[in-house]
Design a protein around this ligand. Structure first.
Ligand SMILES: C[S@@+](CC[C@H](N)C(=O)[O-])C[C@H]1O[C@@H](n2cnc3c(N)ncnc32)[C@H](O)[C@@H]1O
Length: 243
């Protein structure tokens, strides 16, 4: 049975596990860090834009729109873009890989944890560039170190330099770049993920709690500079040329 869009939406987006992961979740530390990173981008780049005008923000590869509650604002129109199968999508990507909307229309493109899953990352970024207004912003997060996680595919990992390179090649100017969870924390996260899959499901939360705590401690020992260079996940904030 297929769901209508309204049925498929979480009843309360503010309680989506990506926003409020339970303390026994095997990604507790990571998901909290990622939410804080998205909030940082919102506070520094989106809210100043929305202060005096109505803006269009598209969540490109929206999945279940896990961050929609973070962008709830009277001046923000929040639209999901995804492949035709996704009932959460407000704008569909055609079979020709083109987003079914016109050029130079959108103020902000938000892309969370999509780039590593797309077959053609250059084509994906070119479409983000096309739909943005001149001066419009791309806020994109994707993985540095992470386990293989097909959804339904998983193709790419990025270094901090490689991610900036591909974004610049698409025509953007990078205006901010940040990483979350550095080498020590991520080494432990990958160890945890290897271990958990060897345990029976009822023991996984029991093992995850102390390991998540240790990941947090080790990550606090990592400098911001090191994390921005070598991390689990990066945020790139990039601007389309004003022309
Ligand atoms: C791992 S999910 C991420 C969903 C959401 N952004 C999040 O943070 O949870 C990847 C999403 O990218 C979408 N996707 C896959 N290929 C895509 C493409 N070429 N263009 C846009 N979205 C795509 C999938 O349909 C899926 O919803």
């Amino acid at each position: 049975m297929s769901l209508t869009r309204a049925e498929a939406l979480p009843t309360d987006p503010a309680t989506h596990y990506r926003i409020r992961p339970p303390f026994y979740h095997s990604r507790w530390y990571y998901l909290n860090q990622l939410r804080q990173l998205v909030e940082w981008a919102r506070d520094n780049y989106v809210l100043p834009l929305a202060k005096h005008q109505r803006i269009k923000l598209t969540d490109y590869g929206c999945g279940t729109k896990p961050y929609i509650s973070i962008f709830k604002h009277e001046n923000i129109e929040y639209l999901g873009i995804d492949l035709a199968w996704n009932p959460h999508a407000d704008i569909i990507i055609g079979s020709d890989s083109r987003i079914q909307t016109s050029d130079n229309l959108i103020d902000v493109v938000l892309s969370t944890q999509v780039l590593e899953h797309v077959e053609d990352p250059e084509g994906y970024l070119a479409e983000a560039y096309r739909i943005l207004k001149p001066g419009g912003l791309l806020l994109l997060t994707t993985h540095g170190y992470w386990m293989y996680h097909p959804d339904p595919t998983d193709y790419w990992r990025w270094t901090s330099a490689g991610l900036q390179k591909i974004v610049v090649r698409a025509g953007f100017e990078v205006v901010a770049f940040r990483g979350i969870i550095g080498r020590m924390g991520m080494g432990l996260q990958l160890f945890q993920d290897g271990l958990l899959y060897k345990l029976p499901p009822f023991l996984r939360p029991v093992a995850a709690v102390p390991l998540q705590f240790l990941i947090m401690i080790f990550d606090k020992l990592t400098t911001t500079k090191a994390r921005d260079m070598d991390a689990c996940t990066y945020l790139v904030v990039a601007q389309k040329a004003l022309k």
